[in-house]
Design a binder for this molecule. Sequence first.
Ligand code: ADP
Ligand code: MG
Length: 705
Amino acid sequence: MNDILQTPIEYLKGVGPSRGEMLRKELSIHRYGDLLTLFPNRYIDRTKYYKINELQSRSLGSNSEVQIIGKIIHIKTVEQKKGRGRLVATFVDDTGEMELVWFQGQKWIRESLKLNAVYVAFGKVASFSNVFNMAHPELELLEEHKQSLRSAMQPVYPSTEKLTQKGISNRTINKMMQQLFVETQARFTEPLPPYLLDELKLIPKNAALFNIHFPKSQELLAKAQFRLKFEELFFIQLQLITKNLIRKHKIKGHPFEKVGEYFNNFYQNHLPFELTNAQKRVLKEIRNDLGSNAQMNRLLQGDVGSGKTIVALMCMLIALDNGFQSCLMAPTEILATQHFNGLTELAKDLNINIKLLTGSTKTSERKIIHEALENGELHILIGTHALLEDKVQFNNLGLAIIDEQHRFGVEQRSKLWKKNAIPPHVLVMTATPIPRTLAMSLYGDLDISVIDELPPGRKPIQTVHRYDSNRLKVWNFLKDEIAKGRQIYIVYPLINESEKMDYKDLMDGYESISRDFPLPHYSVSIVHGQMKAADKEEEMRRFAAGKTNIMVATTVIEVGVNVPNASVMVIESAERFGLSQLHQLRGRVGRGAEQSYCILMTSHKLSDDSKTRLETMCRTNDGFEIAEVDLKLRGPGDIMGTQQSGVLNLQIADLVRDRDILQLARHEAIKLLKKDASMTLPEHQTLRMVFMEMSKKKNIWNYIS
Ligand code: ADP
Ligand code: MG
């Protein structure tokens, strides 16, 4: 280890206590090592010096910084009506003149400026009544500029407003970095084994760190970036894969040795349809896990409508064949109820005991459930968070299935575990496709199964985008569909249940729809978050039973609702929804044999991102493709929500742009661990040391759900 990297940052020459405090607060830089891994956001080309008359012809983007060589020939303070005025220096070269302007620190700056000395001024240029100016430029005497350890590509470090205000500019950080390299003698531990550097043509750690901060050339910078990104992703993968291996070795599960009567009876006599190949493959993967001695921890991904429910049931039947209970936990009451109804229907001839437990289950019913659960009479329990209550005690829980996992946190998952001495097998089902690259880094600790095939005979949903001004035509289309006996969803955005505006939109919409589709010819249902659970349930039931033609709803119906006769999904203000939400909503239709439609209604005002989202929806039904676009638009942090963002706090790699490096890192990590799982070979000594150090500090396990 480089012990010197543990030194508190204030000891670095030029930092001291007050700057140290700022660095801690603003950039979480506590020690030398933290500064070393403060990687630049971007680089500015400083090989080019501009002339003042060239500024005219340049198209000045908001972020364009230039450097100009010239002299200050005049300095004045310009008083302003309000505030403190500004300091203005006239800066000239042989082609023209411009102004350098300061609003802060004027006294100090005025004293330090040298008239007629040659400076290099660096900063963003703006023009004001035909005079170019540069506010708060970085100024350096040409002589010093030539001598400073600075490369053509000037790094731009992450910063904050507070830091700049306190005079810790990019240049200050650059100087600190130089000092850091002096004090550490620019020698850093190389954690990667030499054979790996050779094989992948990676530059050594020392060279990489030097060139990331002081790039000698474009080429070396690219190599430095590649090397450091690889290293970062490689260590994450080592952690994830190691955890997975440890789990498989150490966490014993209940081996479900046999496939018995329940499963076979269902498979041979009661299967309502032929399973798709994807369903069969996934069942086999799960079955393998269940039969081994290790605890299963598997993520089952499958687009909406791909048929996860029956897979879940068959897994639970295997548990039952081996004498174990199962539970299925869903994020909302509606979804839990839907699962309950669906599974009860599928299992109706199997003579098994299935119950539903949610927040609105009556106390008397609860008692019965608790008892049957404890004495083992209850085979399968389906429900919401209510399953996690302490009172809910299983006799022998062998399998826990969690639907729509991203809504449950780590704690909740582990709470289920604690219900038994030996943890149950865990199957996490999600209909939100996660791009493989992302899944690999977020769920590296889970095994992944994918149902990548829809049941046969489905007609792809047709999706169109219509402007509000075409509403009349859309309504006529809806009337035609209703005349054919179809049902329709019309969904309003209600991103935040408490937002009155959204709620008003919904109610206004409901009123005008009720007017346009009047009784007795039509009937319209409404479901939203402010209704009582029982009322929601009742409305859903009426719609599902075909008693109403149109369901006006908020995103309450987003998850899981299954009404095969509904063939049109109208999404109002579609520009306000995210891609994955649009896709989820669209998945509510297309469940029956009829052609289904999704109509995205928007106003004419659309941002570029909205346009991309709408185009993507109209182009494809493929959830994975949509997830990829979503990932590009929003970045990984957003997609997974704040809860998982910890793991995405990468120092240099970017999961979207660097997915190839991620693949490579994963591949190499697997290869290395296959050869040397405990990293004890001599050539892995340093690797292991760094790995242990990292695991102590930053246990990825802790913040992956
Ligand atoms: P999801 O993956 O969204 O939970 P479901 O399990 O609800 O999907 O299945 C969607 C619909 O497809 C259900 O009506 C189900 O009965 C039907 N289904 C599932 N698998 C098949 C299959 N192999 N062949 C035909 N229909 C199927
Ligand atoms: Mg489902």
